[in-house]
Design a protein around this ligand. Structure first.
Ligand SMILES: [Zn+2]
Length: 324
């Protein structure tokens, strides 16, 4: 009997590499993680992935010949033409031939893309975007990124930088310094880091706030604390969420006017706030975008969590090999 064909999804991060076997329907058979070896500018990473893959195949008594291929996401700018990485700062890669190196190490076909793009493809295939072929998937974590899908295809741009929504200018003067070296980027006012900073900067002026009490208690305030307090109508916490939602709503309304998407999917740690964040963001998108654009648009929370990248990887290699 022929064994079911699997693909391998790989999602590379600065501390760990998420890997999964995924069947032809997009369901995860098994998933696991290995540490990211950053020594020698990430030179050992493709070998580590190959070794880990062989170990897991043995565990499942699954022949390598039954594996269709590997779809991998990397945190950096990807040259979509040849699957090389222009630059992945957190990994140490510069002009690294990722696709070629992983194909050599595993003897399997490999497709690569940026990690935010893969998360968007994952959400399109099996998550919140199911059914939509024009969508933007924005990830709000310690940083802010996005994947833009137009007519079922990821937009890459000439240098692999399309979708870098976190670096849209949100504060044109006097903004905070961003990782990119500029100031006032959307990331500096809507990331988890930014929300925490807003709370810590101003809690002392709001002794009536729950956040003030939380700080007195544990000498810290988290992003989750801010959203929890906002859910309970704490005015200071609500003012922070409103500020974040306004910046996000302004940026997304402009992006929506440009692309007229069917869905905007919000993922990443900050999206766990759910309606507490989505409702005010939706309010500002409605206020700032064209009515016709707003009518066709659905704002929703990502549903795949940390699995979005590996599922997107599986979709990408299936697509590259024309299996879907
Ligand atoms: Zn920036």
């Amino acid at each position: 009997m022929e064994k079911k064909k699997w693909t391998v999804g790989v999602d590379l991060g600065g501390t760990s590499i998420k890997m999964a076997f995924i069947d032809e329907t997009g369901a995860i058979i098994d998933k696991w993680e290995i540490g990211t070896d950053l020594t020698d500018n990430g030179a050992n990473i493709t070998r580590d992935i190959a070794n880990s893959l062989d170990e897991q195949l043995q565990k499942h008594a699954h022949a390598k010949e039954e594996i269709i291929g590997i779809g991998m996401g990397a945190p950096g700018f990807i040259n979509f033409e040849d699957g090389s990485v222009f630059e992945a700062v957190n990994i140490g890669w510069k002009n690294f031939p990722l696709k070629a190196a992983l194909e050599k190490a595993t003897a399997l076909p490999v497709a690569v893309d940026n990690d935010a793009n893969l998360a968007a493809l994952g959400e399109m295939w099996k998550g919140a975007g199911e059914g939509a072929i024009d969508l933007i998937c924005i990830t709000l974590g310690t940083g802010v990124g996005a994947g833009v899908i137009i007519n079922g295809q990821i937009a890459h741009g000439i240098g692999g930088m399309a979708g870098e929504i976190g670096h849209i200018t949100a504060v044109s003067e006097g903004g905070y310094l961003c990782n990119c070296g500029r100031t006032g980027c959307l990331e500096t006012v809507t990331s988890a880091t930014a929300i925490k900073r807003m709370a810590l900067k101003d809690y002392q002026n709001h002794p009536e706030s729950k956040l003030y009490a939380i700080y007195q208690d544990k000498q810290d305030v988290t992003t989750k604390d801010v959203f929890d307090a906002a859910k309970e109508e704490d005015p200071f916490a609500l003012s922070i969420v409103d500020e974040v939602a306004r910046y996000l709503g302004e940026a997304l309304s402009n992006v929506a006017i440009l692309l007229n998407p069917q869905k905007i999917v919000i993922g990443g740690g900050v999206s766990l706030a759910g309606e507490t964040l989505l409702k005010p963001v939706d309010h500002y998108i409605k206020a700032f975008t064209l009515p016709g654009v707003y009518e066709g648009l659905e704002l929703c929370k990502a549903t795949l969590g940390n699995d979005a990248g590996v599922i997107g990887g599986a979709w990408l290699i299936n697509k590259q090999l024309k299996r879907i």
